[in-house]
Design a binder for this molecule. Sequence first.
Ligand code: GLU
Length: 309
Amino acid sequence: MSDDIQKHLRNAFEHAKAYRGQGRVADYIPALAKVDPSKFGMSLALPNGKFYCVGDATEPFSIQSVSKVFTLSLALERSGDDLWKSVGREPSGSSFNSIVQLETEGGIPRNPLINAGAIATTDRLMDGQSADDTAAEILAFMQERADDPSVFIDQEVASSEAATGSRNRSLAHFMEAFSNMRHPIETSLSVYFRQCAIAMSTRQLARAGLYLAFGGTDPISGKDIVSTEHCRHINAIMMGCGHYDNSGEFAYRVGLPGKSGVGGGILTIAPGRGAIAVWSPGLNDAGTSLVGSKALEHFVHALNWSIFT
Ligand code: GLU
């Protein structure tokens, strides 16, 4: 079986490689525009501690919105259902940084995986602690989940996003106008920008996501990370909302809960089986890695791991 997995991974990689050059690297964050668009890596982490990797699987990249799954995990454990007063759990059907729904929906973002919802979630995580302590908590959480202290915040990316973050500032101010921000906008955003600037490889990211494939318990360390109920909820939200306005398409093609980021990374959870991470910087029109989605579609189908099969 393990030979089969490596073969399927290699096949998916070769299949998806043909699409390189068709996506567009995110350029609204200047530091991301510099990334080599030909990069492509993929990793599968299994509960027995085995990894399958191909391509640029050990090279760190900017995880961007994939971080939202992990801050959601922390915030849910901290605040429980109270979190749902600040943010919903419905797909938005709008782009990741859209402001339109906030106007008609009273400043409550649709879900924690679009920018507005993630900013509100990070703002909740700051309750009772400073911005620096919150950023340190998130980084430590990622290092522990990845079982690797080398995971870091790329300060150049964080500063680059802070310098060009008018859109996210607008979302935060808009929510503040509806009393849905508890902390000064710039302090909450400083944490949000830092969490998005966390740099990890696909190998580290796949390892980090394993607890979500095993009911909230890290299958390697045996540690309970989130409750079984929260794990189920996070996976449901990823399935409905993990890829902005192409979440339906991702569910249709890949059939697993996942989260993409504009750095070109995607984390995918195969419940009861493992976690898969892929990175290729060229994005489709909705901001999801184009080559990454193709590779996942191919690999997940070869393994027959879609939750709908
Ligand atoms: N840091 C990015 C932003 O706020 C995250 C977007 C994404 O990865 O979807 O625009």
